[in-house]
Design a protein around this ligand. Sequence first.
Ligand SMILES: [Zn+2]
Ligand SMILES: [Zn+2]
Length: 87
Amino acid sequence: MVKTVTRLMIIIATVALTSCGSSQPCKLCGDRPTKGYENLATGELEHYCERHSSKCEFDNKKATKYYTNALGDIIFVCEDCYNDIME
Ligand SMILES: [Zn+2]
Ligand SMILES: [Zn+2]
């Protein structure tokens, strides 16, 4: 029983907020302030604003975790979706 999503290289991490003081614009909209999230595929820090990092990608619940998908994109997810992905 392999879910589609588990075939992808998925790296999960709890949302680790790097320290403040970031002056980087949001990767998606260019807004500030942002927080840095480590892209676990590339090891680089990507920056997202509150709006783009606080909602689950799949159901708009509050995102508490994120992972890096096979395409190297950071995906923010809620606890429920995180657990689904990890199954
Ligand atoms: Zn944004
Ligand atoms: Zn969710």
